[in-house]
Design a protein around this ligand. Structure first.
Ligand SMILES: Cc1cc2nc3c(=O)[nH]c(=O)nc-3n(C[C@H](O)[C@H](O)[C@H](O)COP(=O)(O)OP(=O)(O)OC[C@H]3O[C@@H](n4cnc5c(N)ncnc54)[C@H](O)[C@@H]3O)c2cc1C
Length: 329
C-alpha cells in the first residue's frame, strides 16, 4: 500500500492552482486532480471556467488583460514550478468517514483508482446554467457576445452603448441586468413567468430602471449571429407568438450549479443548492476535519477568478496549519 498523500487538491481552476502553489511551497508535496473534459449542459475543461472565455480584464497583475486559457496556463505553470503532481483524473467519489480520507478517481479510459490522503481541498468550481440553444456555447466561447457573467464581461467595449438581453428572474438576474445598465443603451430582461422570483428590493431596482424593459412570459428560442450575436428569437409562452429582437449581447443569468455531486454521501455538508458549507468562515474548513473548500464550489456570491484564487490560498494555509497540528508535516 502506498503511503497516504499529505494533501490532495481536487479541481484545476484559479482556486485549485493557487491552493497547489501554496501547499507546494509549504513542502506538502500536493497531488492535484485536474479533471477530465466533459459536457454537463455547458463544457467543463481542466483549467476551469476561464478556459471557456476570451478576454479577462479584471484579474490584477495583467494590466493589458489576458485571454482566459493563457491565464490558466500561467497558473498551472506556476504551481508546477513548485513540484505539484498533476493527475489527469476526475474524483468521482469521496469517503470522508475514514481516516485517512479516501478518494475514488477515474482516468479517461474509465479505470478507477483509490487514493488515501490526510487532507483534501475541494476546488471543483461551478458551471453556469445555459439555455441549451444552438449557437449559444459557440458564441460564448468565441467572445461573440454571449455571456453568463455581467461583472466579468459587461464592461467590454463590444457591449458599450448597445442593446443587450438578460435572461432570468432571480436575484442574480436582477443584479446582472442592473449592472449592465451602466454600459448598455438598453437592457431587455426576458423572463418565462409574469413575475420575478427575485427579492422585492432587487426586482424593484430593475422595474424602476429607465434603461430596463421586461419581456414577461417569454423565452429565448434562438440565438442569431455568425461571428457576433445580432439578435434573439423570442416566444411568448402564453400566446405562442414569436418575435425577433435585435441585440448585441445576451447575458444568461439562470443560476449556477456547483460541481459537487461527487460529494454526495461523502460526509461533508453541502447547502440545499449543493455549495460546500464552511464551518467557521472566513476559514476554509468544512464540516469534516481535514477537508477544506475553495472557490466557486463554496461561493454562491462573488464567483470571480480573484476571489477563487484568494480562497485557494486560504484553504492551503488552513490545511497546512491543520496538518501541522495533527503532526503531519
Ligand atoms: C464565460 C465565463 C467568463 C468569465 N469571465 C471572468 C472574468 O473575466 N473575470 C473573473 O474574475 N471571473 C470570470 N469568470 C468567473 C471565473 O471563471 C470563476 O469565478 C473561476 O473560474 C472559479 O474558479 P474555481 O477554481 O473555483 O473553479 P473553476 O474555474 O470552475 O474550475 C474548477 C475545475 O475543476 C475541475 N473539476 C471539477 N470537478 C472535478 C472533479 N470531480 N474531479 C477533478 N477535477 C474536477 C474542472 O476542470 C473544473 O473546470 C467567468 C466565468 C465564465 C463561465
Amino acid at each position: 500500500m502506498p503511503a497516504p498523500e499529505k494533501i490532495a487538491i481536487i479541481g484545476s481552476g484559479p482556486a485549485g492552482w493557487t491552493a497547489a502553489l501554496y501547499a507546494a511551497r509549504a513542502n506538502l508535496e500536493p497531488v492535484l486532480f485536474e479533471g477530465l473534459p466533459k459536457q454537463t449542459g455547458g463544457y467543463v475543461l481542466p483549467g476551469g471556467q476561464l478556459m471557456l472565455t476570451t478576454e479577462v480584464e479584471n484579474y490584477p497583475g495583467y494590466a493589458k488583460g489576458v485571454q482566459g486559457p493563457e491565464m490558466m496556463s500561467d497558473f498551472r505553470e506556476q504551481a508546477l514550478r513548485f513540484d505539484t503532481r498533476v493527475e489527469p483524473r476526475d474524483v468521482v467519489a469521496c469517503d470522508f468517514h475514514k481516516r485517512p480520507l479516501v478518494l475514488t478517481t477515474v482516468n479517461s479510459g474509465g479505470e478507477k483508482q483509490t487514493v488515501d490522503t490526510h487532507a483534501a481541498i475541494i476546488a471543483t468550481g461551478a458551471t453556469a446554467n445555459w439555455l441549451g440553444l444552438e449557437n449559444e456555447q459557440r458564441l460564448a466561447i468565441s467572445g461573440g457576445g454571449v455571456s453568463a457573467c455581467a461583472v466579468c464581461d459587461g464592461a467590454l467595449p463590444v457591449f458599450r452603448d448597445q442593446v443587450l438581453v438578460a435572461v432570468g428572474g432571480g436575484d442574480s438576474a436582477m443584479e446582472e441586468a442592473s449592472y449592465l445598465t451602466k454600459f448598455a443603451s438598453k437592457v431587455y430582461v426576458v423572463h418565462r413567468r409574469n413575475e420575478f422570483r427575485a427579492s422585492k428590493i432587487m426586482r424593484q431596482r430593475v422595474l424602476d430602471n429607465p434603461k430596463c424593459e421586461v419581456i414577461w412570459d417569454s423565452v429565448v428560442t434562438e440565438v442569431v449571429g455568425d461571428k457576433q450575436i445580432t439578435g434573439v428569437k423570442l416566444k411568448n409562452l402564453k400566446t405562442n407568438e414569436e418575435r425577433d429582437l435585435a441585440c448585441r449581447g445576451l447575458f444568461v443569468a439562470i443560476g449556477h450549479t456547483p460541481a459537487t455531486a461527487f460529494l454526495n454521501g461523502s460526509g461533508v455538508d453541502l447547502d440545499d443548492k449543493g455549495y460546500l458549507m464552511l464551518s467557521a468562515p472566513p476559514r476554509m474548513h468544512t464540516s469534516v476535519a481535514g477537508v477544506f473548500a475553495a472557490g466557486d464550489a463554496a461561493d454562491p456570491i462573488y464567483r470571480q477568478a480573484v476571489t477563487a484564487a484568494g480562497m485557494g490560498c486560504q484553504a492551503a494555509m488552513d490545511a497546512e496549519r491543520w496538518l501541522a497540528a495533527e503532526g503531519i508535516e
